[in-house]
Design a binder for this molecule. Structure first.
Ligand code: CA
Ligand code: CA
Length: 310
């Protein structure tokens, strides 16, 4: 599970909670505030009050098929009862959605966006007439993301107790559903099987767009590799710029390059890569290369160097 590192901890959290309690508009009366302050001053290791709400994850795609989860943990010493727990999304806006549940996780009121609640609370008393409970709660709240809109969301939890309410909040972001994407594919590379070192050559690459959207401007590049895997030790021989390629269309792309005089004669590989600078988001980025085995031959030295310079 994730945790939000920005959450205040320990005393800082307690103080922020106290402020939340003090600022809260729905406190039952001034006496409640005094109780909260007094208990804070008396706080020891066995007298703690905190409520924490996390969103898990904090950023996801709205249509990825998973629930948005909220993780709720609280410890509220010196209370007698929990009336209810509410989760409010987009509080105070037209998109507000509310979930109310009991301390045992039973739903009281639920917007359809809240799929389910799991968890519960342990509340113990010391048996005294002035019994003081130690309540520990742990819940997971699942939200159906498809019932929300893409964008930033806020969730507020309020744990309503006999001495007032305790709150925390969490935020999460839902990214829009993926639009249809292009899929550029390296289909064929027309080139001589044997190429002279130090000389210029022309090859023709064939790329197609097998995706569902037009591909905008991108580059088609040719690399020289000693093996059939494209990596950053390979030499980029040349490239061509393609303005656009509509879906279901193919294009022959001529590319000119020179085999560098530093290359060794013998077996080598030309590697064609379409969208070599990854300027086009694609539904499949793993079909963009094509490898062709070639043989490099030594050109006559003087002749080859002259040709390479003109
Ligand atoms: Ca592709
Ligand atoms: Ca790409």
């Amino acid at each position: 599970m994730y945790s939000d590192n920005n959450k205040p901890r320990g005393m800082a959290l307690l103080i922020s909670l106290l402020f939340a309690v003090l600022l809260s508009s729905s406190l039952v009366g001034a006496s409640t505030i005094r109780v909260a302050l007094a208990s804070a001053e008396d706080d020891g290791p066995n007298n703690q009050r905190w409520v924490m709400l996390w969103a898990v994850p904090t950023n996801s795609r709205i249509d990825d098929g998973h629930y948005q989860l909220l993780s709720l943990l609280f410890r509220l010493d010196m209370i007698n009862s929990i009336d209810k727990i509410t989760i409010t999304l987009e509080a105070g806006t037209p998109l507000q959605k509310v979930l109310e549940f009991k301390a045992d996780g039973t739903k009281i009121v639920s917007d359809p966006a809240f799929a389910f609640v799991v968890g519960g609370t342990t509340l113990t008393t010391d048996g005294d007439y002035y019994a003081i409970g130690k309540a520990k709660g742990r819940f997971i709240i699942a939200i159906d993301k498809t019932k929300l809109v893409a964008g930033d969301h806020s969730a507020i939890v309020e744990v309503m107790t006999d001495i007032g309410k305790f709150t925390d909040h969490a935020v999460f972001k839902l990214r829009p559903a993926e639009a249809n994407l292009a899929d550029l594919v390296a289909k064929f590379l027309a080139s001589p099987n044997s190429m002279k070192i130090g000389k210029k050559h022309n090859v023709q690459a064939l790329e197609s767009n097998e995706g569902d959207a037009e591909a905008h401007q991108h580059k088609v590049s040719i690399y020289l590799s000693t093996d059939s895997i494209l990596d950053n030790t390979d030499i980029k021989l040349g490239f061509a710029q393609v303005d656009h390629l509509k879906k279901d269309q193919s294009k022959i792309v001529p590319i000119k390059f020179e085999i560098p005089s530093s290359a060794s004669p013998g077996a080598a590989h030309l590697i064609l890569k379409v969208d070599s600078d990854n300027e086009v988001p694609e539904s499949n980025e793993n079909n963009n290369t094509l490898v062709k085995a070639i043989t490099l031959t030594a050109g006559s030295n003087e002749h080859g160097q002259n040709e390479g310079q003109h």
